[in-house]
Structure formats: C-alpha cells, structure tokens
Design a protein around this ligand. Structure first.
Ligand SMILES: [Zn+2]
Length: 159
C-alpha cells in the first residue's frame, strides 16, 4: 500500500466513515479482445469486505487527479502498466460532499498484463461484462455496476 497523503479516514456527513481523505477512485479497466471484459479484483481477506469482487482502486492523494489515482492503484494492486491504459471516461459513483468515489474507465492496450495475485488482491480476473453481476460483489460496486456498465457499453459503442 502506498504511503500517500490521501491515506486516512473521512468522517462523512452521511454518518459513515470512508477511506481516502481526498476521496477515492477505482479503475474500470476494459479490454475488447477476445471479447468485452473488465478486470475484477478478488479483495484480499484483510481488506474492507474482503472476499468480494470489485475494482482495483483506492485513496486519491492531494496532488493527483482521480485518473492518476486510479492508475497508480492499478499499478500497486494489479501491476498494470499505466502506459498501456487509455483513460476514456469518468463516472462519479458516489458524491457525499465530504467524500466522493469516482470510477475511471480505461481501455487496455494489446499486450497489457496483470499480476495473478498481490497483497491487496487474492485474485485478478478478466470477466465478461454480462457475467459481472453473477459474482459476489463489494456492496458499493454492486450498487454502481448497472450505471457503470451502461457507461462502459457507451464507450465501446463509440470505439
Ligand atoms: Zn459519506
């Protein structure tokens, strides 16, 4: 885990605590070949809602854009090479004023590889878009997924 200045809890006006002093971001990394798939992470058991599937991502540092944060976290949690990702869209998954979470949609270039496992990921898997909802998902990701899927399909349609 990085020791950035974004690491820390926010006591939010919604009544909950959230991770990421400057908000958080996740990378919705999509590839089109062999077919439209998204990179999912099986969250390590020690993490919040460990054992569920979600996206790589985490706290944004103060000097970062949400896209930069999402790409850095993808590097840390899945060994994704940021030079092989094209950021194409952003979607705010939650905005609580005190804290927000943004999905960054990125397209994977040919040749992009991901780690099998990292300290924060018990597994990393390319999953067909239609099959994502069949997994046991992290609760916030599950809530946002229908909207995110729509945004991903829009991106793919315009390629
Ligand atoms: Zn909140």
């Amino acid at each position: 885990m990085a020791g950035g200045d974004g690491n820390g809890w926010v006591q939010c006006r919604c009544g909950h605590k959230h991770w990421g002093r400057y908000g958080a971001a996740g990378l919705a990394l999509v590839r089109t070949a062999p077919r439209p798939q998204i990179l999912l992470q099986l969250r390590a058991e020690w993490t919040h809602e460990g054992g569920t599937w979600g996206l790589v991502g985490g706290a944004r540092d103060s000097h970062e854009t949400v896209a930069e944060a999402a790409l850095r976290e993808a590097g840390e949690e899945a060994e994704v090479d940021p030079d092989l990702v094209t950021v194409v869209a952003e979607l705010v998954g939650a905005d609580h004023v005190d804290w927000s979470y943004t999905y960054v949609i990125g397209l994977a270039a040919d040749g992009l590889t991901v780690a099998d496992v990292t300290p924060e990921s018990d597994a990393l898997e390319w999953v067909d878009l239609d099959a994502v909802a069949e997994r046991t998902l992290h609760s916030a990701f599950a809530t946002s997924w229908p909207r995110l899927l729509e945004a991903v399909r829009e991106v793919l349609k315009n390629l």
